[in-house]
Design a protein around this ligand. Structure first.
Ligand SMILES: Cc1cc2nc3c(=O)[nH]c(=O)nc-3n(C[C@H](O)[C@H](O)[C@H](O)COP(=O)(O)OP(=O)(O)OC[C@H]3O[C@@H](n4cnc5c(N)ncnc54)[C@H](O)[C@@H]3O)c2cc1C
Length: 419
């Protein structure tokens, strides 16, 4: 008899659970509150720039195993593109200095012993001082675990941890920072290749999954927001969508793959993170100059990462609550001037009229990756035997990331399979 699973939420955690269960022969029904799949990782047409943009620039690393296997399963692994080895271009907009961090391709970090491959003006000893992060526990702060100052911190550790944690690193969870370091830097260059979905997040990570699911007989219903659940004995017995309800059969399972806030409204008494941080992205319709790397880490200015897409220059600013009320035009101007410095545009372009632009401010981009909020993350199992949780905010051992999200979906699917 075909087993049925209802997946609530079509973000990457819901889609990865759905793909895994559909491949195991489950009848999968996805219920998504909005009109689109992808959640916080999606593309859409933007009228201001007259192009399809991503809600946020997303960076993956080749060591993000669950994300890479998911892409392989939906047939898009070759569309996650990046340099052949773990190379990161950096620019300091305050000094004009540029450098290339080259971690190579292998497991052993030979680059640490070669001054030309390290961050300029850093020594081997500076890197060894980061070791306490590797075994830091989840209750410690980054600021109490390593020294958050000096050249290596400013040029590498701060940009890396800020992007991963989305909080000012000293206030972030050392345990979560350590997980990132263990799974990437410590695993060597082969795990650190930067990968981006150059054709767009939806084209690479979302739409092919939806197509594959449909081909396997799965259903996906948009504008279908789960409002509440009814329970009987130790199981969820009914899904209530407001206008309609679905009664669950004895063997049916539910994967709740929605963000922390709606999850807490649906599962009463659920422990979940309560604080979130913004990320600001800006997109400019402008051809990248020849030679500009696909990705540049930026220090000394407002922008933190510059992505060069075909016909588009896009930037990311993390931990951006301070910018959510800044007038959009003012923000666009400051950002464009930073871009101009990194891309080497002359004064006329830097100070001239802005190309078509868009600013996307995701106010609740990620949960706040502090020890306090990390302690509020629940595991996937609930008191209801047929209800499992997924989402980047559940206890994945990682900060809010694509890898954490897909890992949580895989984990929830495995629990459904093990029932
Ligand atoms: C601007 C930005 C930049 C980012 N950059 C990176 C990056 O560079 N690298 C990286 O790894 N990660 C990055 N992330 C994080 C990454 O996007 C998320 O971790 C991931 O997309 C979360 O997926 P999810 O499925 O857990 O949640 P979501 O994407 O939030 O999906 C949840 C889905 O549930 C739906 N839903 C909500 N309530 C209901 C309901 N009641 N009923 C039905 N459906 C419901 C929502 O509409 C949504 O589609 C970034 C995030 C943002 C916002």
């Amino acid at each position: 008899m075909t087993k049925t699973v209802h997946i609530i939420g079509a973000g990457l955690s819901g889609l990865s659970a759905a793909v895994r269960l559909a491949n195991e022969g489950y009848q999968v029904h996805i219920h998504e509150a909005t009109q689109n799949a992808g959640g916080r990782c999606r593309s859409y047409f933007d009228a201001a720039t007259d192009m399809v943009i991503d809600n946020g620039n997303h960076l993956l690393l080749s060591g993000n195993v669950h994300a890479c296997v998911y892409a392989l399963t939906i047939g898009t692994e070759d569309k996650l593109v990046g340099p052949g080895s773990a190379q990161f271009h950096f620019a300091d907009v305050s000094s004009g200095k540029k450098w290339l961090l080259d971690l190579g391709k292998g497991r052993f970090p030979f680059w640490l012993f070669d001054a030309s491959k390290r961050v300029p003006d850093t020594s081997l000893r500076d890197y060894l001082r980061l070791a306490p992060l590797i075994w830091a526990n989840t209750t410690s702060l980054v600021g109490d675990t390593i020294t958050c100052e000096g050249t290596l911190y400013q040029r590498l550790v701060q940009p890396l941890l800020l992007a991963a944690l989305n909080v000012d690193p000293p206030k972030g969870s050392a345990g979560l920072a350590g997980a990132i370091v263990r799974e990437t830097l410590l695993a060597g260059g082969r795990s650190c290749r930067p990968l981006i979905a150059r054709e767009g997040l939806s084209a690479v990570l979302v739409d092919p999954a939806v197509e594959m699911l449909k081909a396997k007989g799965a259903t996906i219903k948009f504008g279908h927001e789960l409002r509440q659940i009814e329970t009987k004995d130790d199981k969820v017995s009914m899904l209530d969508f407001g206008d309609d309800t679905i009664a669950l059969g004895a063997g049916d399972a539910v994967v709740l793959a929605v963000p922390a806030r709606p999850a807490s409204n649906i599962v009463l008494g659920l422990k979940a993170p309560t604080k979130f941080r913004a990320i600001v992205n800006a997109h400019f319709r402008y051809d990248p100059p020849q030679g500009l790397p696909d990705l540049t880490g930026v220090v000394g200015g407002l922008i933190e990462w510059l992505f060069a897409f075909p016909n588009r220059l896009s930037i990311t600013i993390s931990d951006a609550d301070r910018l959510v009320d800044t007038p959009r035009e003012e923000l666009a101007g400051v950002i464009w001037r930073d871009i101009a410095k990194v891309a080497g545009f002359g004064e006329a372009v830097a100070e001239g009229p802005l190309p078509p632009w868009q600013i996307v401010r995701e106010r609740r981009a990620t949960f706040e990756a502090t020890p306090e909020q990390n302690a509020l993350r629940p595991g996937p199992v609930t008191e209801w035997k047929n209800l499992f949780l997924a989402g980047d905010w559940t206890d994945t051992g990682l900060p809010s990331t694509i890898e954490g999200s897909i890992r949580s979906g895989d984990r929830a699917a495995d629990l459904v399979l093990m029932r």
